[in-house]
Design a protein around this ligand. Structure first.
Ligand code: CAA
Length: 257
């Protein structure tokens, strides 16, 4: 399938999605949202793909939801059309997703990066939730995910003043997992994704599920949930292989079984 707003590639066991609306700094319009849903569904169906990298251009990961597409909407248009609800399906991706962010990640762009499992930032990355400057507020999960990522004070500062955070501040605040030179961004993100894709898929997916559960439940419930998944992994052949390989001092050959 040919995409209008995305470039889709396979790099070994990694699915690479590049946002491709350069004239609009990768603003997220409805076509892009539908195309991303479609591309992710294909990567999920493809057993050869073990992890996904989402990236943009050097200047912009994405400068937000498409303001030109939204500007004339009425309340009823937004409400009956359930504006932005489709992004929840993208956030629900089961295979690990890494956001490789260079340049602007603003509004929906920052929110899309936060839907991924972690963010690797180029040293020129800038994050922000500037919706307040447009007379609106975050609408793709920013008020929730940013608060969980960086805490109330910084999330309030970002969302109420609309100011941007640079990569250093974002890493210090826990929004991004690492900062790399801009010319190494894709290489680092692809290497991290390839590493993940090389592990046992059941273990990878359960790890992701368990970490995400930490954001949604109490500590006691989360620990119990983790232990149940931990126990379940002893039913996999990959657990036998992983531990046998350790004892035999060789590299494991995981088969996702
Ligand atoms: N929607 C639509 N078009 C956008 C856009 C957006 N979010 N961001 C940038 N563009 C377009 C510009 O209109 C411009 O198009 P034209 O050449 O046709 O005029 C082109 O991209 C280049 O942008 P600039 O000329 O503005 O580039 P710049 O380098 O001077 O500034 C910027 C870069 C600071 C990122 C600036 O473009 C900007 O402030 N963009 C908007 C950021 C924003 O407010 N994002 C939040 C959107 S609302 C949202 O996301 C809601 C939600 O939570 C779901």
């Amino acid at each position: 399938m040919a995409y209008e707003t995305l470039i889709i590639e396979k790099r070994g066991a990694v699915g690479l999605i590049t946002l491709n609306r350069p004239h609009a700094l990768n603003a997220l319009n409805s076509i892009l949202m539908h195309e991303m849903e479609e591309a992710l569904a294909r990567f999920h169906e493809d057993d050869a793909i073990g992890a996904i990298v989402l990236t943009g251009s050097e200047k912009a990961f994405a400068a937000g939801a498409d303001i030109k597409e939204m500007k004339d909407l009425s309340f009823t248009d937004a409400y009956l059309g359930d504006l932005m609800a489709g992004w929840d399906r993208i956030a629900a991706s089961r295979k690990p997703m890494i956001a490789a962010v260079s340049g602007f990640a603003l509004g929906g762009g920052c929110e899309l990066a936060m839907m991924c499992d972690f963010i690797i930032a180029a040293d020129n990355a800038k994050f922000g939730q500037p919706e307040i400057t447009l007379g609106i507020m975050p609408g793709m999960g920013g008020s929730q995910r940013l608060t969980r990522a960086v805490g109330k004070s910084k999330a309030m500062d970002m969302a109420l003043t609309g100011r941007m955070m640079d990569a250093v501040e974002a890493e210090r605040a826990g929004l991004v997992s690492r900062i790399v030179p801009v010319d190494k961004l894709l290489e680092e993100a692809l290497a991290a994704a390839a590493k993940i894709a090389g592990f046992s898929r059941p273990a990878v997916l359960m790890t992701k599920e368990s970490v995400n559960r930490a954001l949604e439940t109490t500590l006691a419930e989360g620990v119990r949930f983790e232990r149940r998944l931990f126990h379940a992994l002893f039913a996999t052949e990959d657990q036998k292989e992983g531990m046998a390989a350790f004892v035999e001092k060789r590299k494991p050959a995981f088969r996702n079984l």
